[in-house]
Each structure stands twice: as structure tokens, then as C-alpha cells.
Write a protein that binds this ligand. Structure first.
Ligand SMILES: O=C[C@H](O)[C@H](O)[C@H](O)COP(=O)(O)O
Length: 236
């Protein structure tokens, strides 16, 4: 099972890069997570790798770029990105996403918002069609530390079940993001694809919320690696 999942991650990542990385591209967003490891590996094998500048979505992503011999850039220097590749925790029928399982959602959304296109890479477990169906840990929400109690109360009023993400066993106390903030995982049950934008807007409007792990209208394509070795390609 673990081997099948790993193979499908690599399959999706390699296919996404092979199909979408063009010789005209110069600025590439490299996302976070275990699937994107294979994206960075494949971009590092590209014949035009020395022409590329890669923009990371966090500390892990930055290391992937360096380890694969790619040139590192930032959104401050390159606010216009040709294409970004990133993973997802769950994907719905509109290519709405839950992201942030690894606490990297803010910089991921920043890079996605700077990019002309966002290509999602994922194994078959993520493609459930409805957010909150397979990913039962809740929607990751990055909050300013001083506001976590207030935002938790607000989220409960919105019908969610908020839990501040613990750093245990590696760290006593909450997880601290690459931006020095906390993560609240908030379970809203299944979120119908047509309701994702509305819920995202309500969470985003709460004072103390930096960003949500609901990605709406950002992904243009998804590459799903299947257990049988095939790839499902989705577009909106
Ligand atoms: O914060 C983490 C990111 O949103 C990841 O892209 C997401 O959790 C998917 O990661 P993986 O490819 O390891 O399932």
C-alpha cells in the first residue's frame, strides 16, 4: 500500500512537469509536501534547468530547490510566476483544494496567487470530489498567535470544530509555521464544491486569520497518480 502511494506520487509529479514545464518558462513555483519532492527532482532534470528561477513555498520547499541544484528566488523579486506545482490534501470536482496539512498554506497561497497557472500533483487518495470527505482532520487555518482563542470561538460560531494543531511529539505546545503563526484545524464536515468559496470568504474575514487552507479558483490542472499506474488529468 505505502509503496503504491509513493509510486503514484512520483507518477503524478513527473507527468505534471513533463506535460507543463515549457522551454519558455523562466519562473517556477515549487510547493511543499511529500509529492512535490518528485516535482523538484524532475525540474532538476530538465534541460533548461539553468534558465529557471524557482520560488519556494516554505522552508522544506527551499531545501528541495537547493538540493536539486536549482536557482532560488522569492516572491519579492519575482511576483509574476509562469507556473507553480504543488500538492494537496484533498481535491474537489471544481479543483477546489484543502491544503496546509504540512502547515505551509500561507506561502503556498501566495505563490499560487502570483502564478499564471497552478498544477496540482497528488496520489489517488486525495481525489474524493468533495472537501472534508476523505481529509477528516479539518481545514487548516493559519492564525496570528495572539488571536487563536478569539478565532477558535468565531470558527465554532461558523459551525466548525476548531482544534489548535499540536506540535507534539516533536514540540511541546502548538505547531509554529514558517511565518511564526499557529494553525487551527477546523472540521466543517463535507463542504459541497459550490459552497467552498463562501466558507473561505467567511473564514478569511475573521480578524486574526492570516490565510485559509481552502484554495478556490487557483488550480487550473490536477494530475492524479492512480494505484494501477495510470494518471487521471483534470482541468477546469
Ligand atoms: O502544508 C502542506 C501542503 O499543503 C502540502 O502540499 C499538502 O499537505 C500535500 O502534501 P503531500 O503531497 O505530502 O500529501
Amino acid at each position: 500500500m505505502a509503496d503504491l502511494v509513493e509510486k503514484s506520487k512520483k507518477l503524478s509529479a513527473y507527468a505534471a512537469v513533463d506535460d507543463n514545464l515549457l522551454s519558455s518558462h523562466r519562473v517556477i513555483g515549487i510547493g511543499s509536501g511529500s509529492t512535490v519532492v518528485y516535482v523538484a527532482e524532475r525540474v532538476g532534470q530538465a534541460s533548461n534547468k539553468n534558465d529557471l528561477v524557482c520560488i519556494p513555498t516554505g522552508f522544506q520547499s527551499r531545501q528541495l530547490i537547493i538540493d536539486n541544484g536549482l536557482r532560488l528566488g522569492s516572491t519579492e523579486e519575482y511576483p509574476e510566476i509562469d507556473i507553480a506545482f504543488d500538492g494537496a490534501d484533498e481535491i474537489d470536482t471544481n479543483l477546489g483544494l484543502i491544503k496546509g496539512g504540512g502547515a505551509c498554506l500561507f506561502q503556498e497561497k501566495l505563490v499560487a496567487a502570483c502564478s499564471k497557472q497552478l498544477v496540482v500533483v497528488a496520489d489517488y487518495r486525495k481525489d474524493t470530489g468533495v472537501l472534508g470527505k476523505g481529509w477528516r482532520k479539518g481545514v487548516p487555518i493559519e492564525v496570528v498567535p495572539a488571536a487563536y482563542t478569539k478565532v477558535s470561538l468565531d470558527l465554532a460560531k461558523l459551525g466548525g470544530n476548531p482544534v489548535v494543531r499540536s506540535g507534539l511529539p516533536a514540540k511541546a505546545g502548538p505547531v509554529v509555521t514558517d511565518n511564526g503563526n499557529f494553525i487551527i484545524d477546523c472540521d466543517f464536515g463535507e463542504i459541497p464544491p459550490a459552497r467552498v468559496a463562501e466558507l473561505n470568504a467567511k473564514i478569511k474575514a475573521l480578524v486574526g486569520v492570516v490565510e485559509t487552507g481552502l484554495f478556490v479558483g487557483l488550480a487550473s490542472k490536477a494530475y492524479i497518480g492512480n494505484a494501477d499506474g495510470t494518471i487521471t488529468k483534470k482541468t477546469v
